[in-house]
Write a new protein. Structure first.
Length: 280
């Protein structure tokens, strides 16, 4: 295989609890994540030289760029490849846009160079890149603990639609954690979310969403707007600013998207996906 083209999906946090700050300055997390079918497009092609292009930004600060060099260092081979990323997932929104690109680069390079790294080995590389990257090696529905490296696969959630709305800017993720540490933030019951997913109960799931970072976004009227559009449940993804609403009724989801779009918001509609990547 000399080249590969695939879609790399975004994620939402069905529930996210920040357990606390560790001695190594990282934060202990407990979260249930779900991939959704909003995706970037990644093209990887063998070449005589290394090149990297992305619609967001290029260079050493791009997490997918770091992923490529992490892979080649682990594989012990020369970085002779062209990587191109077309961005459709909004950046710095809490949707894992950069993380899914990084996971996609690791996975794609493993395929075209036939290095035979297991998913476990790819996850070891991924954890050094970011907390969401190990989950996005595989995607679907999973519980992630620790700093994202302890993964437990879960059954697919019941069929539903999601509407994602972006409103407001946020500082860096590091700054959001620093702000969170200064508050008396909530710690959602992740076991309740896991039980709802295992039971295959949509009604239980809608009662089991939550996010520690929601305390930093209090005062927003976005949840009320989404509920007024018929949402069954609303929560925050990652550290924000993206909020998502779940709908059991596809028509209500479509109407909500159009209404909020006409109100001037950046709005996306999507469905849960069973994996991170779709080969094109």
């Amino acid at each position: 295989m000399d080249s590969i083209l695939f879609a790399a999906n975004a994620k939402i946090n069905l529930a996210l609890s920040v357990i606390g700050k560790r001695n190594d300055s990282y934060h202990e997390l407990d979260t249930v994540m779900q991939t959704v079918d909003i995706s970037d497009e990644i093209s990887i092609k063998k070449s005589r030289f290394f090149s990297f292009e992305s619609d967001s930004f290029n260079g050493e600060n791009n997490i997918a760029f770091k992923a490529a060099h992490c892979f080649f260092g682990a594989a012990g081979i020369k970085p002779q490849v062209q990587i191109k990323i077309k961005k459709f997932i909004p950046s710095s929104a809490g949707l894992g846009g950069g993380s899914t690109d990084a996971a996609g680069v690791l996975t794609g390079l493993n395929k075209i160079f036939e290095t035979g790294f297991s998913k476990a080995r790819l996850c070891e590389m991924a954890v050094s890149l970011g907390a969401d990257v190990p989950f996005l090696i595989d995607g679907g529905t999973q519980r992630a603990r620790g700093i994202g490296e302890i993964l437990t696969p879960l059954p697919a959630i019941p069929k539903c639609s999601a509407v994602i709305i972006l409103a407001g800017d946020k500082p860096s993720t590091a700054e959001m954690f620093a702000r969170l540490d200064k508050t008396d933030y909530p710690k959602p019951d992740i076991e309740k979310t896991v039980t709802a997913v295992k039971n295959g109960s949509y009604s239980e799931l809608t009662q089991a969403l939550g996010n520690s970072f929601s305390v930093l976004w209090e005062g927003s009227n976005i949840p009320d707007r989404l509920y007024s559009c018929g949402a069954d449940a609303v929560s925050l993804s990652g550290s924000g600013p993206a909020r998502f609403a779940l709908f059991s009724d596809d028509e209500k989801a479509k109407m909500a998207r159009e209404y909020l779009k006409n109100e001037g918001f950046f709005v996306y509609s999507c469905r849960p996906s069973e994996s991170s990547f779709v080969i094109k």
